[in-house]
Design a protein around this ligand. Structure first.
Ligand SMILES: *[C@@H]1O[C@H](CO)[C@@H](O)[C@H](O)[C@H]1NC(C)=O
Ligand SMILES: *[C@@H]1O[C@H](CO)[C@@H](O)[C@H](O)[C@H]1NC(C)=O
Ligand SMILES: *[C@@H]1O[C@H](CO)[C@@H](O)[C@H](O)[C@H]1NC(C)=O
Ligand SMILES: *[C@@H]1O[C@H](CO)[C@@H](O)[C@H](O)[C@H]1NC(C)=O
Length: 385
């Protein structure tokens, strides 16, 4: 049955119901990592761990067209169990690259490029990922440049994506010491099994929070070429998201001198909702925090959806956009309005939009830019007509 989004004032995106899968989970080996990128855990056919390297670039829509975009995820394992099942269950490829995006005329595309192996290695602080038969990525030692080369001509995919970062590498919380969310755990709180995984074992490292991007790829004979704004991070967890989370939103926008991102996470079987807020202006961090929603009066973010719309493909309610309001430690407020224009990934449990963002300091100069955001919602029962 279709379940609609429940909106309340305190739990703005709360979705009910849990999906408790086995919360076993300590069966992965943690590796010594390069700060902000590199291989963090071992992912193999004997565990349900997943680790991915995510890179995306989007450009502004021109002349009544759609915003062009390219999103490339180098996967080890599966972020959601239904995606593993759809890819063949126990026979699903362990290593693969997923491409999504849209041409400037609004036509969306999706490709999955299976790889025969994957390796992520480092030379000093420089990181190279090789997905054999599909593509490679490279992060420069100073984290200034992230490049992707796709090479799967037999599947119709070749080309490159490059980001020149103009923002500071960072973790989700206000620390240089840990890529985990543990500092958000309220004092004295007892965590449930899902929260144990979420706060202590879900890793997130952003090496390129924003910067000019250049895309030049050929997809089934059509060339997609644009310049825009890019983003890259790395993520890892011992279990797929559906084992411990009901909802996960990730927002990314670049607006004038600002790079911003935010996470909203509804963890399974708890009323504690988690978020992060990252905002930097011209290379200086204004906010980089993680917290339980509602636990603070400043150094916080509020994420407010607006505009119910229908995803016709699945008869699902979705939101037209979001207001991200950052309240800094000193009380200054910055607000950004993110609107989805193209739905570039459209699955019942996984949506992604590209669109525009408008905002800046409240009462100050307002800027316009590009927004990209994702919604993973494993708790929502898919609609089967
Ligand atoms: C992986 O997940 C499946 C399905 O949830 C479960 O049956 C299996 O026991 C899990 N394996 C490990 C090693 O956690
Ligand atoms: C922590 O946040 C402050 C702003 O509140 C910022 O200046 C500082 O760079 C941040 N540190 C880290 C490690 O993110
Ligand atoms: C949009 O552009 C792509 C790439 O050139 C092309 O394959 C597709 O057919 C176009 N779609 C429409 C509706 O014209
Ligand atoms: C956000 O942008 C949308 C689309 O442009 C607009 O309809 C809405 O009124 C804006 N909301 C705010 C609070 O500015």
């Amino acid at each position: 049955m279709l379940r609609s989004l429940v909106l309340t004032s305190s739990l703005i995106l709360g979705l009910a119901s849990s999906c408790s899968a086995g919360l076993l989970g300590h069966n992965v080996n943690y590796r010594r990592s390069i700060p902000h990128d590199g291989q963090y855990i071992d992912v193999n056919s004997g565990n349900n761990a997943t680790e991915w390297w995510w890179v995306q670039a989007g450009g502004p829509a021109e002349d009544g067209g759609a915003p062009p975009s390219l999103h490339v995820t180098f996967y080890q394992g599966y972020p959601l169990t239904p995606l593993r099942d759809a890819a063949g269950g126990p026979n699903a490829p362990e290593f693969y690259i997923v491409l999504n995006g849209a041409f400037p005329n609004g036509t969306v595309f999706a490709y999955t490029l299976p790889a025969t192996s994957s390796s992520v290695t480092n030379a000093g602080e420089a990181v190279t990922g090789t997905w054999a038969g599909a593509g490679v990525f490279h992060n420069s030692a100073d984290l200034s440049t992230f490049t992707v080369a796709l090479n799967a001509p037999e599947l119709g995919v070749t080309g490159t994506l490059e980001i020149q970062s103009n923002g500071p590498a960072h973790f989700g919380c206000n620390t240089t010491a840990s890529p985990y969310f543990g500092s958000a755990i309220p004092a004295g709180a007892e965590l449930n099994a899902a929260e144990e995984i979420f706060y202590k074992q879900l890793g997130w490292a952003t090496s390129q929070p924003g910067g000019p991007a250049r895309v030049d790829v050929t997809l089934s004979g059509s060339r997609l070429q644009f310049t825009g704004q890019g983003y890259h991070d790395a993520n890892w967890m011992p279990q797929p998201i559906d084992a411990f989370m009901d909802d996960w939103y990730f927002f990314d926008a670049q607006v004038g001198p600002f790079d911003l991102s935010a996470v909203y996470a509804a963890i399974t079987d708890t009323t504690r909702v988690f978020n992060t807020g990252f905002l930097e202006e011209s290379g200086s961090i204004l906010q980089n925090q993680c917290s339980v929603q509602g636990s603070r009066n400043e150094d916080k973010i509020s994420i407010t959806p607006y505009g119910l719309a229908v995803d016709e493909a699945f008869h699902m309610n979705v939101m037209q956009g979001f207001i991200l309001e950052y309240t800094l430690k000193n009380g200054d407020v910055y607000s950004f309005n993110l609107t989805g224009q193209s739905l570039v990934l459209d699955q019942p449990i996984y949506h992604r939009w590209v669109g525009s963002a408008v905002g800046g300091k409240v009462g100050g100069k307002q800027y316009t830019g590009v927004a990209m955001y994702d919604w993973l919602n494993p708790s929502l029962t898919p609609y089967n007509p």
